[in-house]
Design a protein around this ligand. Sequence first.
Ligand code: FNR
Length: 419
Amino acid sequence: MTTPIVRATSRRRFLQYLAGGPLAASGALSAYAAETPSKLPDPMIWAPPGSGDLIKSPKDAINVFEFEPVARQNTPPAHFGYMASGLDDEVTLRANRDGFLKFQLNPHRLNDVSKVDTSVELFGTKYDSPIFVCPTGGNQFFHPDGEVAVAKAARVGNHLQILSTSSNYSVEDVTKARGAPIWFQLYASPRFEVAQALIKRAEAAGCPVLMVTVDRIAGRNQETMFRLRRTDTRECADCHDRSSFAGRSVRRHNYDGIDLSGITGGGESSNLSWDTVKRMRDITRMKIMLKGIVTAEDADLAAQNGLDGILVSNHGGRGEDYGRSTIDALPEIIAAVKGRMPVIVDSGFRRGTDAVKALAMGAQAVGIGRPYLWGLGAFGQEGVERVLEIVRTETRTAMQQCGARSVKELTPGFVRRAT
Ligand code: FNR
């Protein structure tokens, strides 16, 4: 019975909306923004309405959700809307959170978990935590230090960072800030020459893995963004040149020096095919993974096509509003892959227990997107550091409490589908 929780949450939000009045409606001052409502308990239940109770410093945060209203307060409405938005009715966005209710942990007692090792190894590199930083474009929308601040925060906890093609800072600058190789996420673009130039650049910057995003194929209907953008008093054209893709990319430094003529719209890769991926294989020594696989059939095809791994992701509900959470799809994808390549996962992960469920199902690492952007928008690098620390600590605690001494020990017996 989850309905009363939904009602309680919605009612509290409604009261806060009323309390917020016109200011809140304009987006100038948030009532508690909180995430898209879901059937999960409100993470900030009993928080008094208004902005007086927002956290003042990263160390005050008791969970990752507390950064979101602070980020909302600090971030122009259009940028906040860009980050928060799902697509259409945002069914997938909500499903990503609700999906975790379909699974329960199965703790094992008396396992002596006085020592817990949360590290994971991916392609021969050890990371201290199974939590990785998802690629998100345009981090300067949230803080001037953008991806560099994120990299410095990832460095503190030795997290894997995957950098977006659409980052504001270049792959070289971010690698330097991270102090270790990062992975490069590729938006292939409709012209292979552009993909080729980006691949060469990432390889030269020392990236060991190319993460090809395969779920940004068409345009997207980001209604939350469009709605919040209406409340933004600034002139978008002052910073964004939407007249051409080349103009749009002026502040996306990975494109520097690359001929972008003929690329229109958002540069969606609607002509991407298994053949394109084969061509990529021929021009790089980097490992190649696919980001955006959501079905067992495609996971099997990826293994058959010699991919080095997949990231099970629905782009945080931003690919298409197809309605299913990644945690729900994960078990059948793991079964289809049959250990032929590593499987990692993202979309909707907010808690250590969320991560432990996926790791127990067989994912080798778990990515977070929006939570670190909340941290970035709220407090810059320190905010990202604290967000990562919270998820890291929660994951460790959940492992320990479940009776697993290492990520390897987290096997399917630690999770069950709720009946
Ligand atoms: C993204 N994501 C994304 N993915 C990608 O492959 N390249 C990109 O440039 C971006 N940009 C981006 C911007 C913003 C603002 C968001 C929220 C997301 C998707 C991202 O890598 C990841 O799949 C999701 O963010 C994971 O879901 P959660 O954690 O945000 O729920």
